[in-house]
Design a protein around this ligand. Structure first.
Ligand code: PLP
Length: 452
């Protein structure tokens, strides 16, 4: 792997955000009206972005307004929008073979992408890979594999977790009640343990996770779910939708110890945090903790729908026919994944994520230092959350940022997340911080109070 990032391709160079119409503009308004007539009412658009195209760090809407994208399609466009090498891989593969069904037939891209993912898996034991179509399917697969391998039904997840929307994954999801309401009964024998919410910018609260480990040991495993009934503990090492909370290293180490003690599998859901976003391939590497299964999706193929559950060789005790999928590991998606991982390696994007993350965090800390409405700023690499005291404050600043040409996205109860493409450069970071400073002033000017 090269240590110095090469020059970003021309398409990734920053074209300044440029707002040329009122927002939403006339074409966006027309599209939003049509969308409202035919799409599922469950979709939750935070602000009226109607995207037409994307190049590098910039998204252009249907009216020609340009936005600097620090949301990356929910932490997905890891190499930026339409990275030339990824786009080329997709186009080349599409004209060669779009589909064959890897559950039933052999196919080179499927093998090559699996080999590549196995080679970066965060454990010493050799890895095997099952490719999926999405994050939630990676979670489903991990639940099934853990149950099959251990012969146990129970799963422990965490308060505030987000693992997806299909019924198994939804049983673990715990971040917002509207995501669960009306869908029960969900999986039985799933318990949610407390997750450490560490705030260390303005205040030092949250500790090292030992209190939460104690509740897990004493209350959950001591009174509710017998350890011998638990197949897996599923954890996001940086909680994503729940509010961008990195787990303390000691907490992840404690989970590993509990798993080892009781023969429970440790599953790291790195669907949002993995593939270089925090400056390493996986957050678990920062903590020096090896999971038994790691999950990926989102940024792994720059936006093509593919994910994976990757487990130690010894965990795959299931037999032919136990699990499969028609589309999953589709050659076009696998080609995009291979190109994405190669761009990340060739262009030194892990190192870039660390460097740019530090620059972004320092910039945000500076512009927020005299704003009492900002409660905390935290994160690892390019996974940074800025937490307000209220949802209203976060939403007002998010909208003000959009109106000034910067895309960020709320998570948790009142946090704005910054998760730009890993190709982001210093110029773009500084520009985003400057726009954010204006958005802070404008969004909070209406006196959105702490109490609202
Ligand atoms: N797990 C985590 C940590 C996520 O952040 C998400 C999506 O936000 C998922 C699982 C579900 O992924 P998908 O939306 O691709 O089903």
């Amino acid at each position: 792997m090269r240590t110095q990032p090469s020059a970003a391709p021309a398409a990734t160079k920053l074209a300044a955000p440029h707002i040329v119409t009122e927002l939403p503009g006339p074409r966006a308004r027309a599209l939003i009206e049509r969308d409202g007539r035919v799409t599922s009412p469950s979709l939750t658009r935070a602000y009226p972005l109607a995207a037409e195209s994307g190049s590098g760090l910039v998204v252009t809407d249907v009216d020609g307004n340009r936005f600097l994208d620090f949301a990356a399609g929910i932490a997905v466009a890891s190499t930026g929008h339409a990275h030339p090498r990824v786009a080329e891989a997709i186009a080349g593969q599409a004209s060669q073979l779009i589909h064959i069904a890897a559950t039933d037939f052999y196919e080179p891209r499927y093998v090559e992408f699996s080999e590549k993912l196995a080679s970066i898996a965060p454990f010493a034991e050799p890895a095997r890979v099952f490719l999926t179509n999405s994050g939630t399917e990676a979670v489903e697969g991990a639940i099934k594999l853990a149950r099959y391998h251990t012969g146990r039904p129970g799963i422990i997840a965490f308060e505030g977790a987000f693992h997806g929307r299909t019924l198994g994954a939804l049983s673990l999801t715990n971040s917002k009640i509207r995501q669960r309401a009306g869908f029960g009964p969900l999986l039985p024998m799933v318990e949610h343990a407390p997750y450490p919410r560490v705030r260390s910018w303005r205040e030092q609260t949250g500790g090292d996770g030992s209190d939460e480990l104690e509740v897990l040991r004493r209350t959950i495993l001591g009174r509710i779910l017998a350890p011998a009934d638990v197949a897996a503990i599923v954890v996001e090492p940086v909680q994503g939708e729940g509010g961008y909370f990195p787990a303390p290293r000691a907490f992840l180490q404690g989970l590993r110890e509990i798993c080892d003690e009781h023969g429970i599998l440790l599953v790291a859901d790195e669907i949002q945090s993995g593939i270089g976003r925090t400056g390493r391939w996986w957050v678990m590497e920062h903590a020096g903790v090896e999971p038994d299964i790691v999950l990926t999706a989102k940024g792994v193929a720059s936006g093509m729908p593919i994910g994976a559950f990757i487990a130690r060789d010894s965990v795959w005790t299931w037999k032919p026919g136990a699990h499969g999928s028609t589309f999953a590991g589709n050659p076009v998606c696998a080609a995009a994944g291979l190109a994405t991982l190669k761009v990340i390696e060739d262009d030194g994007l892990l190192q870039n994520a660390t460097r740019m993350g530090e620059r972004l965090k320092a910039g945000l800390e500076q512009v927020a230092s005299d704003r009492a409405e900002v409660w905390d700023i935290r994160g690892l690499g390019l996974m940074i959350g800025i937490e307000f005291h209220t949802h209203q404050q976060a939403a007002a600043v998010e909208l003000a940022a959009f109106e000034r040409g910067l895309l960020v996205l709320e998570c948790g109860e009142s946090t704005l997340r910054f998760c730009p493409p890993l190709i982001v450069d210093g110029e773009a970071v500084d520009r985003a911080v400057a726009i954010f400073a204006e958005a802070l002033a404008a969004g909070l000017a209406g006196g959105v109070s702490r109490e609202t």
